[in-house]
Design a protein around this ligand. Sequence first.
Ligand code: ATP
Length: 271
Amino acid sequence: PSAMREVILEVPKVSWKDIGGQQEVKMQLMEAVEWPQKHQDAFENIGTSPPTGVLLFGPPGCSKTLLARAVASEAKLNFLAVKGPELYSKWVGESEKAVKSLFAKARANAPSIIFFDEIDGLANIRGKENDGVSVGDRVMSQLLVELDGLKKRVNVTVIAATNRPDKIDTALLRPGRFDRLVYVGPPNEEDRTEIFRIHLSKMTCSSDVCIEELACLSEGCTGADISLICREAAMAAIEENIDASEVRMEHLRSAIEQVQPSDVDSYEELT
Ligand code: ATP
């Protein structure tokens, strides 16, 4: 039995334009991921090494996964995604093997990115006993060994994401590991305008749709909330007229009323 399902290798098709707002984060990702892979000599010439790993943190639904996929896509890097808890197997030895083969696969397909979603999930399984051995601890040590191995000139970048930076094993945050921390926050009104525009541009909309008003009405909503609002509005439009459906302002207004904003304010209290 394998410790985890085969990790799928892909070059994602997400462009920076598909993500509303997050200008600063996009810049930071280009600097930390694209530049080191494309301009290794520049870093060597000036006598510094680029950051090894990037940790994206922030409330759910604010585009961490989307950003990781976009940087891979924009820089034309292969992309391997795993969720933290997937690295755990109850079979002795299998979990370490899974971590090892993940990094081997990334090196074999370099230039590449390994994306660890829910990296805090690794801390939860730390200390969990199995046949007297702590599987979580062994996964963590293997992961640290692999991360430290990336310091040598290899074209593999690691990006991790978490909603709970406070729950991350601090060993992961030491220099040479996930040493670049980037906050991915909720959208402001201008960002929400962009996000509505991105999602509605894929739909047939009536000319009465006012995106600026939608951005104003959706205070407190995340990108994921806005995506849901647009989908709900489209469903309502279809229900109304299945043959010639178009999304009108009233569909969007009532979808905003139905969708509970993610209340990202509580995020700061949590962490
Ligand atoms: P989680 O922590 O829950 O995994 P996340 O921060 O990784 O969340 P994503 O999975 O990237 O968030 O976002 C979920 C969906 O919400 C995206 O697939 C996209 O449809 C939409 N979305 C979120 N933020 C944006 C944005 N800034 N622009 C456009 N769409 C967005």
